[in-house]
Design a protein around this ligand. Structure first.
Ligand code: SF4
Ligand code: SF4
Length: 393
């Protein structure tokens, strides 16, 4: 028996309480496409009662990895861990093949900052406002200045003396959506936090975990080395999935927190808005914030501090279809899930309505609702930190 087979599948009592929260079960009504069904397939195979079967591979590949089933499970079945190990086993034996962009990204990530270099033309493209890919929202990232040097410059200029924290910049966020990191730094420094951004940090490993690829432990070790000696109160993340992956790497020795939950404790400065600002926020909650980091959501005090009226989006606690890398690996299925969730935007309040979330990969998925024509009306997609951003400091 392979080591991966010695997992506690038997925890599952088959109660079915996870079925109503599972997006793939809701879409298909197929028991095999549910958490309970997948666990059954994997355990039967591990016990040797079911041969390795293409249908098991198919149903495994359908899973978003959203972890909603973990939160719903009264027996505390560690579904996410079981799923990651199964996917890794299937990828190593050729039963699951990550798509080419994921294999290329993995090869670059294992070599440290190469992804950053490889994606620099993409930052230029975004700055020029040219359409590039349905998943890429508009924005104006810095071309060459990185978050570490921007943080050092802001610290030098403002000399905050509050809590000392570090920022996880995230491989994709720093390479492609760097303006979110810059906004995060401005918000933290405006709220008197001392922020350090170690250049030695690397990808948190979530992308490799989601796609079953090798190299996660090497990245984790590099991050342990990068964050170990900083003497910070917490390492903060502005990406729910990356924060969850870093929690698994650094805790309990070093606390890892979502930036928004950290700000909620500080009581963030409130933005003032013009009386004729017609925007309304519709807040969507990232799965890895709810079910990975187990945050109850985004604190109302933080959303109030944006200075804009807000409400939770319909089905806010359900996966948008991003699923870490699901929208790259299974684009048609991800689109169907998003279409169902995004339909409300056609009629949503606001001029324009703003879809606000707390994870860059969820932002990319929501932006695709616009670029792929799933929603015909104009709407904006923003990270909550962009809505708290004081602008140039
Ligand atoms: S992780 Fe999400 S998609 Fe996968 S089985 Fe659980 S609830 Fe369903
Ligand atoms: S809720 Fe937990 S115990 Fe119940 S069927 Fe789902 S995985 Fe099994």
């Amino acid at each position: 028996m392979k080591p991966e087979s010695k997992l506690p599948f038997s925890n599952c009592t088959h109660c079915g309480l996870c079925l109503p929260v599972c997006p793939t079960y809701q879409q298909s009504g197929d028991e095999n496409n549910s958490p309970r069904g997948r666990l059954r397939l994997w355990s039967e195979e591990a016990a040797g009662r079911l041969p390795a079967d293409p249908w098991t591979d198919f149903y495994s590949a359908q899973c978003l990895g959203c972890l909603a089933c973990e939160s719903a499970c009264p027996a505390h079945v560690p579904y996410g861990q079981l799923f990651e190990r199964t996917r890794h086993e299937q990828a190593s034996t050729g039963r699951f093949r990550p798509r080419l962009p994921l294999r290329l990204a993995a090869a670059l990530l294992r070599r440290g900052r190469l992804l950053d270099l490889a994606l620099s033309p993409l930052r230029l493209w975004r700055r020029l406002g040219l359409p590039l890919h349905p998943l890429l929202p508009p924005g104006r990232p810095a071309l060459w200045q990185d978050s570490a040097s921007y943080a050092a410059a802001l610290m030098q200029r403002h000399r905050p003396n509050g809590p000392r924290v570090a920022l996880l910049t995230g491989c994709l966020t720093e390479a492609a959506l760097r303006e979110i990191n810059f906004a995060t730094l401005r918000v933290l420094i405006e709220n008197n936090c001392q922020v350090v951004v170690p250049r030695q940090q690397v990808c948190c490993g979530a992308m490799l975990e989601h796609s079953g690829q090798d190299g996660v432990e090497a990245l984790r070790q590099r991050n342990r080395d990068a964050f170990a000696s900083l003497e910070v109160e917490a390492v903060l993340s502005n990406a729910a999935g990356c924060g969850f992956a870093l929690q698994k790497t650094l805790q309990p020795e070093i606390a890892v927190r979502d930036v928004l939950s950290f700000l909620a404790e500080l009581g963030p400065k409130r933005r003032q808005r013009a009386a004729n600002d017609g925007r309304r926020l519709h807040v969507d909650l990232p799965c890895h914030l709810l079910h990975g980091q187990r945050q109850g959501g985004i604190a109302p005090s933080v959303l109030d501090a944006t200075g804009l009226p807000w409400a939770l989006a319909p089905m806010a606690a359900e996966c948008c279809g991003s699923g870490g890398v699901y929208n790259v690996q299974q684009p048609a299925e991800a689109r169907a899930i998003l279409q169902r969730k995004a339909a409300f935007l056609e009629q949503a309040a606001g001029d324009p309505p703003v879809l606000a979330t707390a994870n860059p990969v969820c932002m990319m998925q929501w932006h695709s609702a616009r670029s792929l024509g799933l929603v015909n009306r104009h709407f904006e997609v923003r990270h909550v930190l962009e809505l708290l951003d004081p602008g140039p400091l």
